[in-house]
Ligand binder design. Sequence first.
Ligand code: ZN
Ligand code: ZN
Length: 260
Amino acid sequence: MLGNMRIETLPGAVVALPTQMLRAALDFVLPPRCAGCGVQTGSAGGLCTDCWTKTRFIAAPQCNQCGYPFELDFGDGVRCGPCLSRPPYFERARAAVAYDDRIAQIVISFKHGDRTDLAPGLAAWMRRAGGELLKDADLIAPVPLHRRRLFSRRYNQSALLGQPLAKVAGVPFIGDLITRQRETESQGHLSPSARRRNVEGAFRIPAHRKEILQGKRVLLIDDVLTTGATANAIARRLKREGATAVDVLTLTRVVRETSV
Ligand SMILES: [Zn+2]
Ligand SMILES: [Zn+2]
């Protein structure tokens, strides 16, 4: 953030306020609220203690490919049943936390509620979950929104998460590496096979980005991994266009208690 922000006081008169003072003033008017449940918290951009303790961070043991958490440790490099029977195009997917109502609320306020102040904290969670992926990445790219959706929302939440991660990894962040050709129907209510059909052919690599892709290991950033259909379609496209490998890092992923 900027060290100082300029505040108009009287017409023509401008004074500079230190950011901390401005933040204190804003906190007085709008006390910081927990990103998960909305209760008042001590600091901006965080979670209350209750939400923090209930957040399920994902860690090993997990499927070496899709990152699905295992109940038991089967050893390194083990893959889950679905990955063995129908391997995804991406090499590895990792997510910071298991999706639940609380995380859904965070994602909604981050996506639609202008809580862009949450980005650094959420990216820090992802950094912990995706350390290996960040170490191996040659470049980082976000899952794109369609232009129309980007216009109405004004920012791509995946880009806000990807930029600080690229800085940490010391690799280029390429916001327009992938474009969304057509607006895919909202995925929420679709069955897995309908989701696959919905995203097939929806993504393109623009001509001016094809060169940078050659021989590279791409780290794809998104907020939520549901079935993996979107990540898989993009990984397939990236590899067809010259990427050697694709990893996927998301803030959260759906973990179904009954499967695997
Ligand atoms: Zn809370
Ligand atoms: Zn798997």
